[in-house]
Design a protein around this ligand. Structure first.
Ligand SMILES: NC(=O)c1ccc[n+]([C@@H]2O[C@H](COP(=O)([O-])OP(=O)(O)OC[C@H]3O[C@@H](n4cnc5c(N)ncnc54)[C@H](O)[C@@H]3O)[C@@H](O)[C@H]2O)c1
Length: 368
């Protein structure tokens, strides 16, 4: 019999893409999702959700909703995606982030025990955000910088320096080497999810895979949520002929990974269950500056040159990129989408969406 996979947040960007792939493989897929209005305008069933996916609209924070669900569904494995995902909003709305990301996770686990429905395997979509500023290297050697302060950023001191003030360069993260140091509330809640699931699965015997995703982009990412990832918001603005506002000095570094590659990693983690708990970084393996991605999008769309604004956001980290060799060894993961190919697919999709609704190509503040 085909396994039943429960995807929390299954109507979101990553959830819809994963659901489509799993039903194509013959799995029974159940999605739970509160259809948060920011992400789902109209709050109806998203058109990108495969018709074969059984959707239960519910809030993961509700113990009684979990009890009702687990009376009719017995998941063999759970991909836990439901979350508040905005870095920026998490600083001013910490309780909402904590309740969805932390309490939502513990309500799910408590209900699984009440229903005596411990799954074989839980996969958590964690985030590169848990690393905070990550590890850097100066002539003194490797070090973990403190979070950049508001005063630093106001003074245009973008790059962290070592304790003697020497300049430094970022080191790509690697889960078995880089220590997490969250610098914003969203990141702290993602690390809490990791720790809670680590403790619970150790006690119950369920397998656990934690995938720390870099910046995911691609068709299906919300075009109406102003806290969506920076690539999709840049693409939307460029498609509307707008000027892209590039924060700091343009040299914020990210690893932009295409949605199909994330689906590849999630499916591989389900089909290759771990021998013990595992934590793996998933990205494209390439570091790109925000200015570079803005320039590529503006060039493709014939939009004005991006403007480096010197604006900044408290809680943003300067650099995030990763090594992906652990993913290749453990999951057979090989990203298939380079940035240019991914941006082209994203812009094609935005073109189709804006033909259907011209409102989608207007600008909004990016979450990087
Ligand atoms: N997109 C990225 O760049 C990225 C990077 C790293 C990690 N992640 C993680 O991947 C996961 C999915 O992200 P996404 O990009 O698909 O985001 P998304 O916002 O498109 O999807 C999240 C889904 O969760 C649902 N949701 C929110 N609160 C809920 C609640 N209380 N109960 C039930 N459902 C709820 C939303 O309605 C939405 O459909 C998240 O856990 C996020 O932290 C995403």
């Amino acid at each position: 019999m085909s396994p039943t996979t429960l995807i929390t947040g299954g109507a979101g960007f990553i959830g819809c893409a994963l659901g489509r792939e799993l039903v194509a493989k013959g799995d029974t897929v159940v999605a739970v999702d509160v259809l948060q209005p920011d992400v789902h305008p109209g709050s109806g069933r998203p058109k990108r959700l495969a018709p074969e996916v059984i959707l239960h609209p519910m809030d993961v924070r509700s113990g009684s909703a979990w009890d009702a669900l687990l009376k009719v569904v017995s998941p063999d494995r759970i991909v836990h995606l439901a979350a508040e995902t905005s870095t920026g909003r998490s600083l001013v709305n910490a309780s909402v982030h904590a309740s969805t990301n932390v309490v939502g996770t513990t309500e799910m686990l408590d209900a699984l025990l009440r229903a005596d429905a411990i799954p074989d395997h839980i996969v958590l979509s964690s985030s590169r955000a848990v690393y905070g500023e990550g590890e850097w290297e100066s002539e003194e050697g490797p070090f973990y910088p403190d979070p950049r302060t508001h005063e630093d950023l106001e003074a245009g001191k973008w790059d962290p320096t070592d304790r003697l003030g020497h300049s430094a360069t970022p080191i790509p993260s690697r889960a078995d080497r880089t220590t997490p140091h969250p610098t914003n509330v969203y990141a702290a809640t993602k690390l809490a999810q990791e720790n809670i699931l680590g403790a619970w699965t150790a006690a119950t015997g369920a397998d656990l895979s934690i995938l720390r995703l870099q910046n995911v982009y691609g068709p299906g990412q919300s075009l109406t949520n102003s806290y969506t990832g920076v690539v999709t918001l840049f693409a939307r603005t460029a498609a509307g002929g707008g000027t892209l506002d590039v924060y700091e000095d343009g040299n914020i570094v990210r690893d932009f990974v295409f949605i199909a590659d994330i689906v590849q990693a999630l499916v591989a983690s389900l089909t290759r269950p771990p021998r013990g708990p595992r934590t793996i970084d998933i990205g494209s393996g390439s570091a790109t500056t925000i200015l570079d991605v803005a320039q590529r999008l503006a060039d493709r769309q014939g939009a004005p040159r991006p403007e480096i604004t010197g604006r900044f956001r408290d809680g943003d980290v300067r650099a995030a990129s990763t090594e992906i060799d652990m993913a290749t060894t453990d999951l057979g993961y090989r990203p298939a989408w380079d940035l240019d190919k991914g941006l082209e697919a994203l812009l094609d999709w935005i073109g189709e969406e804006s033909n259907a609704d011209p409102q989608v190509v207007s600008s909004g503040p990016p979450d990087s």
